[in-house]
Design a protein around this ligand. Sequence first.
Ligand SMILES: [Zn+2]
Length: 437
Amino acid sequence: MDLSRQGSAVRADLAEPLERAKEATSTASRAAEIKERCRQLAQITDIPGQTTRSFLSPAMRRCMGTVQSWMEAAQMSITIDAAGNLRGLYPGSRPDALRLVVGSHLDTVPNAGAFDGVLGVLLGLALVESLEGQRLSFAIELIAFSEEEGVRFGVPFIGSRAVTGQIDRELLSTQDAEGISVRQAMLDFGLDPERLPEATLDRAAAAYLEFHIEQGPALESEDRSLGVVDCIAGQTRGEVIFTGASNHAGTTPMRLRRDALAAAAEWIAAVERLARNEEGLVATVGRIEVHPGAENVIAGEAQASLDVRHADDAMRRSAVERLIAATESIARARSLEARWCLQMDQVAVAMDAQLSQMAVDAIRGIGLQPLRMMSGAGHDAMIIASRLPSAMIFLRSPGGISHHPDESVRIEDVANALNAGLGFLRGFHKVIIGAHA
Ligand SMILES: [Zn+2]
C-alpha cells in the first residue's frame, strides 16, 4: 500500500478517542443491534414473504432511506451518487484528511438471507457510531453499494464499477427482463447517468475495507470467528458439448453406440477427480442438458457447464486446459465430437498485503487467530481493488449457508468483527502517520 502520493499530514492521536468510544458503549450490545438491524432491513422487500431487493427497485429505495436515517444519526453527511450508491461521509479532524472507504452492498439475490452485503454496511456504520462524534485523523466514507449480485441486469458490481469509473455505454444500454436499460432505470429512479463521472473515488480515498459473511463453511470447520481474505479467486466458466448419435435404446448394441451422455458422465467424474487432487482448486459441473432426453433413446448430445476457480490464475488455466484435453480424449475413444466454448475468464484479485496484515493484526489484537483464506465468491472488494488498496474480513457463516433465508451470523462473531474493526482503525492511523513522517 502506497500512501505517499496522498495529501495532507495527519497528526491527531487516534488511540485515546477510540479507547473512550470502546468504554462508552459495550460492543456486545452494538453487535446485537447490528444483527437486529439486518433483520429489520430483511423485511424491506420487492416480493412479500421473501427478502428480495434488486437494483434501483422500490424496496431498494425504502432500504436506502432507512440506512440513510441511521447514517445521519451518526453525524455522517449523505450523498446518493448517479449509480444509486448511498454514501455517508464521516469527516476527519481536518478538511483535507485522507479517507478510509468502508463498504458492502444492499441488493440481494432473490429470496435471500438477511446478512449477505447488509452486514458489511451495518458493521461499517457501527464503527462510525462507536466513535460517538469524535474526529479521527482520517475521514471514513461508508458506501452502501446499490448493486453487487447481478440479478436485474445479469451484470454484477454495477455499484462498485461506478465508484471505480468502470461503467461504459455498453453497460448503460444493457436491458433487464422488461427491456428497461440501466440508463433508463437510473433516470426512473431520479438519478442522472450523465453525472456518473462524479461517482468516481477521488484522490483523498486511500484504502478500502469490507466486512462480509463468508458464505461458505471454512471458518466454521476450522472453528474460527473471523478470516482475512488474501485473494478473490479467478474464475473460468464455459460449456462442453458432446455430440454423438441418438438411437434406439433397445436395438442398438453397446459396441455400436455413440452415447453423448455416457461421455459427459465420464468427463464429469474426471472434473471432480482433478479438482480433488489439486490443492485449492474447485471445479463444478452444475448443469447438464441432454438431447433428445427420453428414457428409451440414447443421448445424441450432452451440454455440460464448467466452473473452475483458483487463487492462482496459471493453476486455474492449466486445470482448464487439462479438462478440455480430457473432453477430446473421451470423445475420441467413443467416436464422438467434443466442443469447448469459453464464456468467462476472470483473473484472480489479490487483496493488499499490508492492509490485510493490518486486518490480521487487528484480529490478533483481540486475542483471536484469523484464518487466512481465499474467497471463492466475488465481492465489491475485487472491483475496488483496481483503484484502492483493499482488505476483506470474513465472518463465520453458521452451517456455511448463504443466498438462502436460513443465512445467519453469530452475535459474538459480529462483536469480534466490530472490535477488530476498531483495532483496524488504529492500525490505519499509524500507517497514515508513517506515510507522512
Ligand atoms: Zn455479498
